[in-house]
Design a protein around this ligand. Structure first.
Ligand SMILES: Cc1cc2nc3c(=O)[nH]c(=O)nc-3n(C[C@H](O)[C@H](O)[C@H](O)COP(=O)(O)OP(=O)(O)OC[C@H]3O[C@@H](n4cnc5c(N)ncnc54)[C@H](O)[C@@H]3O)c2cc1C
Length: 379
């Protein structure tokens, strides 16, 4: 057992942190404000192998695990570049296809994931189902050699910039994962206006008799449920990493300001009223990082069930830590906390995202209450 990351992981973190610093938060928020994408950042990260670090080597990837990909996501977020699509494209979609896809599906999709030239969104959330996945209605049926998809999804990230969407759909035997190219006939989408500082946009999707080829369903249809779970754990681990990375950025800004700003004779960081809450959120972020690393280590060693519990706990802890870190960092900055110059107010709405997505804080607590503590369900 080791609580220390490997030399390779530490070197990866260092290299990604240096790379992220080349772009930084100013670049990222300027793109978000202008309604532009962080295309050059994504492409360069892809070329350097960071986005494909967990794709198997035989398909051109780094052959690492979700722990490596989560480290990339965390370091980019800590550098001010939280890439929302990293949570879905390389983490869920590539992982599910690498684990469950047919040889043909792997050859078709994985090389693009390995170098970042392919992006895929992930769609499970439906307007009427919300957190209740038993209510999913988007359905797929066979018609000769083809599949026909009908239904809709909501709050799906990045659909305007991806090649395809991995859609959780219901077949008569249960859920299956279907790859839907964004240019498929009958597939349309509408942007949801958000007050979030993110280059990635959110969409409601409509599938109206979308006809798909026979290889559109990932792997074997009877493994659909297992595939969904295999994708959701990496999503939670990545969501947690994006949260802890952004929390580290907020804390770093707060520490710098607390050391420099003087309104009496000592820097404001000497006042315990500011120092203790900051120390507290730093502890909380470190605890969340530790649980995230544990969840990734369990996932990478094939222990899906234990990874599920740890990934939920990590996502919960990271969600609370980032919300508290940004809140406290703003407080430490006084009026400057809400100015554009200090880059904290723009983090406020997104600091709440980790409590809501990919699974809400309350649904994580439900999971822990029922599965870890064996308490009865209320719903
Ligand atoms: C920016 C953003 C990006 C997103 N990207 C994606 C994406 O790419 N793909 C995708 O599929 N989805 C995506 N989502 C959707 C996200 O996963 C959902 O918003 C989230 O799972 C919560 O579902 P909901 O919004 O329908 O809330 P609801 O399910 O309507 O819940 C509303 C509130 O009720 C609480 N609640 C519900 N049921 C219970 C219960 N039984 N016990 C206690 N409390 C309960 C919830 O915790 C929440 O606080 C994204 C969302 C956002 C905001």
């Amino acid at each position: 057992m080791s609580f220390v990351e490997s030399e390779e992981r530490i070197a990866l973190r260092r290299a990604v942190a240096e790379f992220g610093a080349k772009y930084g938060q100013d670049y990222f928020t300027a793109k978000a404000r202008a309604g532009e994408k962080t295309t050059e950042l994504w492409e360069e990260a892809g070329k350097l192998g960071y986005l494909g670090v967990a794709v198997p080597e035989e398909y051109g990837g780094g052959g690492g695990g979700i722990g490596d990909l989560a480290a990339v996501c965390e370091e980019l977020a800590a550098a001010g570049c939280p890439l929302l699509l990293m949570v879905v494209s390389p983490a869920i979609c590539a992982t599910v296809i690498a684990r469950f896809g047919t040889d043909e599906q792997k050859s078709k999709w994985l090389p693009g994931f390995a170098d970042g030239t392919l992006k895929m969104a992930f769609a499970i959330t439906e307007p009427d189902a919300g957190s209740n996945s038993h209510r999913l209605r988007t359905n797929v049926r066979r018609d000769g050699d083809e599949w026909v998809l009908n239904g809709g999804k909501t709050y799906i990230s990045g659909v305007d910039e991806v090649d395809a969407v991995l859609v959780v759909s219901i077949l008569e035997t249960g859920p299956v994962l279907v790859v839907v190219p964004t240019d498929a006939e009958g597939f349309t989408w509408q942007e949801i206006e958000m007050d979030l500082f993110m280059p990635e946009k959110q969409f409601t999707l409509f599938f109206d008799d979308v006809r798909l080829p026979s290889d559109a369903v990932v792997g074997s249809p009877d493994q659909g449920l297992q595939q969904v779970f295999a994708g959701l754990n990496p999503e939670r681990i990545m969501g947690a990493s994006m949260g802890t990375g952004s929390a580290r950025l907020a804390i770093a800004k707060a520490v710098k300001y607390a050391q420099e700003r003087k309104v009496w004779d000592t820097p404001i960081g000497a006042h315990q009223g500011l120092a203790h809450p900051l120390a507290k959120v730093h502890v909380e972020v470190e605890l969340a990082r530790l649980m995230t690393q544990k969840a990734a280590a369990l996932y990478d060693s094939g222990r899906d069930r234990e990874a599920g519990e740890a990934a939920n706990m990590a996502k919960y802890a990271a969600g609370e830590a980032i919300a508290a870190a940004v809140d406290q960092a703003i407080q430490i900055h006084g009026g400057n906390g809400l100015s554009r110059e200090f880059g904290l107010a723009s983090m406020l709405a997104s600091s709440r995202l980790s409590r809501i997505a990919p699974v809400s804080r309350e649904m994580v607590l439900n999971f822990v209450a029922q599965n870890s503590l064996k308490l009865p369900r209320s719903y």
